[in-house]
Design a protein around this ligand. Structure first.
Ligand code: IMP
Length: 431
């Protein structure tokens, strides 16, 4: 891969592919790291030596001392962002942050509505992270949302519109009386937003000026293609576009500037929350993946459902994102499982297909057709100095080759453990 001025890093499954770690490793070579969608539903973990950093909104590049940008496509909970800023400051990390003046704010109403809407759905619930993501994006599209710029130039008249809309939903639809709404909530909310105003500015204009002076910009996706609002397993999805195209609309940077996409894929599949999952394993192997992979949500702590790698889904996600290159993470978790199964086709109502169905109902009826591959017993400990593919067991190299053959994408990175140092870069690939 030739070094290009921009790189978009996206998840190719249902989130939790290990993007935080890969972005951390790559961000060393970039000047600016930008988030362009999602909000505090994301949970990015970076482990450096004996220190673990967890972020929900802050772009991961912050631990490398990079300029970090929160684009207009992100929905920001001011309380969470302030907590992250405080935690980073007390860890002695300097923060050079720009927040888009066009980014929407998550208010306490929207968090409350997320919870009420989930409860009202009963056993049809999506299993959202209850961070107010859905209601905030809904209000954005309904044109009643509150943005940072409302606090810069006005006394936030938008708050009143949002307040009356949310209040009527909470009271009329969910039958709950909202006490002390306007004054008390607005005061504490706006005082938090004001603390963030020194970081607020025009993100698109800033990034364009940096592109013009030769800076390298890394766009850090959150969630994954199968959770995308348009292309994911609707309605069991998040409320933003998580595919690479969103890096343009979510920052105000023209797509002409964006030329390279790296997709991140776990060596197996996981999913948090409800929704179809054809290769899910409700057995000892699935439990083993969950334990070995520490598959528990960063944001909610919920156990993640686990299953075999699904190459029908992966090919679909690669096409949507246009990724020529892949990073495969958590291969160490599969060590000791033999044989390994990989889904290459679905059987839906007796018809074999390699197309990813639009309907979640149809996807729930899909029976995976598997190829079996030989597993490996262990991965040799790889020290940063002796990094190299020749150190990997030949069965693992076969597994990786199989992914490349079926998807037509090239593997550029392989992650063999949680630490920054446990990352192999394919020789001759320059990112
Ligand atoms: P929401 O984004 O909180 O509305 O949740 C919608 C769905 O997306 C739920 O199934 C969540 O579990 C899932 N989800 C949202 N963010 C993430 C993430 O960062 N990783 C994995 N799943 C996520």
């Amino acid at each position: 891969m030739n070094s290009s001025q921009s790189l978009i890093v996206v998840g190719l499954q249902w989130g939790d592919e290990g993007k935080g770690k890969i972005v951390d490793v790559l961000s060393e070579k970039f000047d600016i790291v930008v988030r362009f969608q999602g909000g505090s539903n994301a949970g990015h973990t970076v482990i450096i030596g004996d220190k673990t950093y967890k972020f929900r909104i802050m772009p991961t590049g912050v631990v490398r001392g990079k300029k970090v940008v929160i684009g207009n496509g992100v929905v920001v909970d001011p309380v969470v962002l302030l907590e992250e800023i405080e935690a980073l400051k007390s860890a002695g990390i300097d923060i050079d942050l720009l927040i888009s003046d066009r980014a929407h704010l998550i208010t306490p109403y929207q968090i409350q509505l997320d919870d009420l809407m989930e409860t009202a759905k009963g056993n049809q619930k999506l299993g959202t992270t209850k961070r107010g993501i859905g209601p905030t994006y809904s209000d954005k599209v309904s044109r009643v949302g509150v943005r940072f710029c409302d606090f810069v130039h006005h006394k936030s008249k938008q708050w009143l519109t949002l307040e009356s809309s949310s209040k009527s939903q909470i009271e009329k639809i969910h039958g709950i009386k909202v006490e002390n709404s306007d004054a008390t909530l607005f005061d504490s909310f706006s005082s938090n937003v004001r603390k963030l105003l020194p970081y607020v500015g025009d993100c698109g204009e800033y990034l364009e000026s940096k592109f013009n002076t030769g800076s390298r910009v890394l766009f850090e996706g959150a969630q994954g293609a199968l959770l995308d609002i348009d292309h994911g397993t609707y309605p069991f999805v998040t409320s933003s576009n998580c595919v690479s195209a969103a890096a343009s609309t979510g920052t105000g940077v023209s797509f002409n500037r964006l030329n390279s996409v790296l997709g991140i894929c776990k060596a197996y599949m996981t999913r948090v929350g409800t929704g179809p999952f054809p290769t899910e394993l409700n057995d000892e192997v699935g439990k083993r993946m969950q334990n070995q992979g520490r598959e528990f949500g960063t944001v909610t702590g919920r156990p993640r459902r686990c299953g075999w790698l699904d190459l029908v889904a992966l090919k679909y996600a690669i096409r949507l994102n246009g990724c020529r290159y892949l990073a495969i993470t958590k291969v160490d978790v599969l060590s000791g499982i033999n044989p390994l199964k990989v889904c290459v086709e679905y059987d839906i109502d007796g018809i074999e297909t390699r197309s990813y169905p639009a309907s979640a109902e149809l996807l729930s009826d899909a029976t995976p057709v598997y190829d079996k591959l030989e597993g490996w017993s262990e991965i040799n400990m790889i020290s940063p100095k002796s990094k190299g593919f020749s150190n990997l067991p030949h069965q693992l190299r076969n597994y990786l080759n199989f992914i490349e053959e079926i998807t037509g994408s090239q593997i550029a990175m392989v992650s063999v453990g949680p630490d920054r140092a446990d990352t192999l870069l394919v020789p001759d690939v320059q990112i």
